[in-house]
Design a protein around this ligand. Sequence first.
Ligand code: SF4
Ligand code: SF4
Length: 152
Amino acid sequence: MQDLNLCANDKRGQSQLEAGANLAGWDEVTQGTVLTSFEGDATGIANTKAENRTYSDFNSYTASVASWRVNKPVFNRDICIDCQNCWVWCPDSSILSRDKQMLGIDYDHCKGCEVCVEVCPTNPKSLLMFNEHADLEESLAAWPEKKKKEKK
Ligand code: SF4
Ligand code: SF4
């Protein structure tokens, strides 16, 4: 599902590392300095799909926080109702969605915070946290059953 090339490319972080010796540290930057997110003219960038934007080296899109995760969210397409709650609430824009259809997780930029799982309204949830190394098929096979309503 992640063949839309929405994730950071293979060179993520590389140019920052190579240029690092010549860059000022975060505590050396002059107040008021502007770090541009995109190369060149960014007019209309909001209407340009993520995979078609030319990001600058200062944009976090070119870096990955995948190593921060202990657990990862796994997506179960069979239960999802495409409500977009996870897309709205994810603090790292790591939910992949096109034309209001949930596609999956951008694992380059997901930090494993679990917010998407928390806000998913389905029963059972369509997103659940599994160990970072868990196999997708095994995770889907271990999905819980629908919970019955408790009688009052
Ligand atoms: S775990 Fe957090 S960062 Fe990752 S997709 Fe869910 S809300 Fe976004
Ligand atoms: S919150 Fe759950 S049901 Fe809604 S789009 Fe995300 S995964 Fe699907």
